[in-house]
Design a protein around this ligand. Structure first.
Ligand SMILES: N[C@@H](CCC(=O)N[C@@H](CS)C(=O)NCC(=O)O)C(=O)O
Length: 283
């Protein structure tokens, strides 16, 4: 790869351009193969993987169940994005964007598909009337931060994470650009959490559930190897306080293991079909 690159007049696909996701990335949408999705007996069918975007939803489902919402019972099926499962015809039917997480609600008169993790959190919050404050001011504040996360995390994951951890070479320009932006975002959170217990004020909400799997995991130094030191995450004291408080929730401990197929053995649960599947891990 040359140091100075002059873009051609028309971009063409170089399949060999390397990087961790080169085998699945492509410039077109749609299904690549026929593959029906499995369907279980519970009202909610989740097709996902325990990346930060996937964890948002499994934490919400565990929160709903713990709060007594029996209608939130779910089957969680594993989508191995490294193997291209997201391009199967059944998955594309639920999410034409071919990205986890995707949800199918079979309890509605006709099944409802929901994709985009923020839309899934909002759908579940509205369906069960939970984890989204009713007070108009706090409600709006929760939505402000939910949408902040949806717009901001691609700079952390697709920007910083991609160039710091996954790109075939370490390029200074994009690492600098996205390290600076990620630190700016951490400072945004730190200043807000200095004044607020949770993102929407005094009540834990879907805004926290959206933000924690990305920025809390970063604060714990667990997202990209050595990135905690590189970005000096310990200096964000209020993010650290909030991260620890949320990490201690039993529901978060449960939700983060669902559809997880890497890391410590006792934190891996490829599929979840009942509470007992998680209980068996003895978290
Ligand atoms: N904005 C989407 C992003 C989802 C997303 O990027 N999912 C990744 C895993 S974290 C994925 O499925 N990647 C597979 C691919 O890009 O082919 C959301 O929040 O749901």
């Amino acid at each position: 790869m040359s140091e100075t690159y002059t873009p051609p007049k028309v971009w063409t696909w170089d399949k060999e351009n390397g990087g961790k996701f080169a085998s699945t990335n492509r410039p077109t949408a749609g299904a690549t193969h026929e593959s029906a999705l499995p369907v279980g007996e519970h009202p909610l069918q989740l097709y996902s993987l325990a990346t930060p975007n996937g964890v948002k939803v499994t934490v919400m489902l565990e929160e709903l169940l713990a709060a007594g919402h029996k209608g939130a019972e779910y089957d969680a099926y594993l989508i191995r994005i490294g193997n291209g499962d997201q391009f199967g015809s059944g998955f594309v039917g639920i999410n034409p964007n071919s990205k986890i997480p995707a949800l199918l609600d079979q309890s509605t008169p006709t099944p409802t598909r929901v994709f985009e993790s923020g839309a899934i959190l909002l759908y579940l919050a509205n369906k069960f009337g939970a984890f989204l404050p009713k007070d108009p001011h706090k409600h709006t504040e929760a939505l402000n931060w939910l949408f902040w996360q949806m717009g901001s995390a691609p700079y952390l994951g697709g920007g910083f994470g991609h160039f710091y951890a996954y790109a075939p070479e370490k390029f200074e320009y994009p690492i600098n650009r996205f390290a600076m932006e990620t630190k700016r975002q951490m400072d945004v959170l730190d200043r807000h959490l200095a004044e607020n217990q949770f993102m929407a004020g005094d009540a834990y909400s879907i805004a926290d559930m959206a933000i924690w799997p990305w920025y809390g995991t970063l604060a714990l130094g667990k997202i990209y190897e050595d990135s905690g030191t590189f970005l000096d995450v310990q200096s964000y004291k209020h993010v650290q306080r909030w991260t620890a408080e949320i990490a201690a929730r039993p529901t978060v401990k449960r939700g983060r293991v669902v559809n997880r197929v890497s890391g410590p053995e006792n934190e891996q649960l490829a599929e979840r079909h009942s509470a007992a599947d998680i209980d068996a891990l003895g978290l």
